[in-house]
Design a binder for this molecule. Structure first.
Ligand SMILES: [Mg+2]
Length: 383
């Protein structure tokens, strides 16, 4: 099998009103798909973090490493590309671009063998994955009423776990968590995320103010660069810590995992270097008995990829009873790039996302909708 063409498709959806996190709000959702075609006519799909022409340029730039190559050589090709560009470091849009291509190659390998990616990774350990509603977004007003509506919506959809944004200040964190616990009840898992908006003192104060509400994890209390801050916080709070959405490759995660600075490791498949690097990160986390929960904030392609990856994750150290189920991030905001651009759709029921058993990622792009949301008029119909 030989790769004959790689194309980037830049997608964009303008949101009705801005929402986001403590660091800032967004006015649109965007991402870049990668479509890889082989000489046998197979098409593999991947997703690269970030929309806009810079992502497309990066994909075009790194494509030369893959031209006329065998998709089954994906690890050799990835390392060759990374090492050829080592002056740029192992992070940023070129790594995301390589990860998007890697994702498409796994899709191709699965299609070529008629197997889901989970099987290629090592086997499928579960048919459905407990999902948490990623919600409770910060808005321009961030009113209690808006937060209430988001939590109530998640409860109506059947989720047994919710993640809310915090990080404006510790007092506001307490109010948001208290309200969430009140609406969700005592049995729902509550996760919080400040997107690294704090320094160590304010992060500790925030953790102390919400500790009594039984927090399942505190995500990115500090900036990803603040390794010492994570160590400081880890020694002082009982809340499990999570991070990884802003880290790249196995090298970016190494310090966090080896030093036990986080309890939940969160690689994003569209950013960290695709399945190939996520697998290395997962194995490293596994060796330290840490939890892994992929970060998912993209289109249906990224959701499908994360589903395959999480379905593979071996149940460890358990055989039968899993005291703390692995958690799948399911963003519940309105985003047709997540819900509409594939033919199959996702089944999220009673707080679980079902695992698709189709070949590769198990999805087919809807070309009409890709065309509709293509930011620059590009389309996979070029194939
Ligand atoms: Mg986050």
């Amino acid at each position: 099998v030989k790769i004959v063409k790689i194309e980037a498709v830049n997608l964009k959806y303008d949101v009705d009103s801005p929402y986001g996190m403590a660091r800032g709000l967004i006015t649109s959702r965007g991402s870049t798909l990668v479509v890889v075609k082989t000489d046998e006519g197979l098409i593999g799909i991947g997703e690269t973090w970030g929309g806009g022409s810079p992502s497309v340029e990066h994909i075009n730039q790194v494509s030369s490493f893959y031209q006329d190559q065998d998709p089954f050589d994906r690890d050799i090709l990835l390392k060759k590309a990374m090492n050829s560009m080592y002056h740029l470091g192992f992070g940023g849009l070129h790594i995301a671009a390589l990860g998007g291509i890697d994702m498409a190659l796994w899709d191709l390998m699965g299609k070529s063998c008629n197997q889901p990616v989970s099987k290629l990774l090592g086997g499928k350990s579960r048919d459905k994955i407990m999902a948490y509603a990623s919600t409770g977004y910060i808005t321009e007003t961030s009113s209690p009423l808006e937060l209430s509506k988001q939590i109530e919506n998640a409860m109506e959809l059947g989720f047994k776990a919710v993640k809310i944004k915090i990080g404006i200040n510790p007092e506001s964190d307490r109010e948001r968590v208290k309200l969430t616990r009140k609406i969700a009840g005592k049995d729902v898992l509550i996760l919080v995320d400040s997107n690294g908006n704090y320094k160590r003192e304010s992060a500790l104060k925030s953790a102390q103010m919400i500790e009594e509400f039984d927090i399942h994890w505190y995500e990115e209390p500090l900036s990803p660069e603040d390794i010492d801050g994570y160590r400081y916080l880890k020694e002082r709070t009982t809340i499990p810590l999570a991070a990884g959405e802003a880290l790249f490759t196995r090298f970016g995660f190494r310090n966090y995992i080896e030093n036990g600075l986080i309890d939940f490791v969160q690689p994003d498949l569209s950013k960290c270097g695709g399945f190939t690097e996520a697998l290395a990160i997962s194995n490293h986390a596994h060796s330290r008995n840490l939890n892994l929960s992929a970060h998912v904030w993209g289109t249906a392609v990224g959701v499908a990829a994360a589903t395959q990856f999480m379905a593979y994750l071996p149940i460890h150290p358990h055989t039968l009873h899993e005291p703390s189920p692995i958690l799948f991030e399911y963003d519940t905001s309105l985003n047709p790039l997540r819900t509409d651009i594939i033919e199959e759709g996702f089944i999220v029921k009673d707080g679980y996302i079902e695992v698709n058993d189709g070949s590769g990622l198990g999805i087919t792009l809807n070309n009409d909708l890709i065309k509709k949301y293509a930011a620059d008029g590009s389309s996979v119909l070029a194939f």
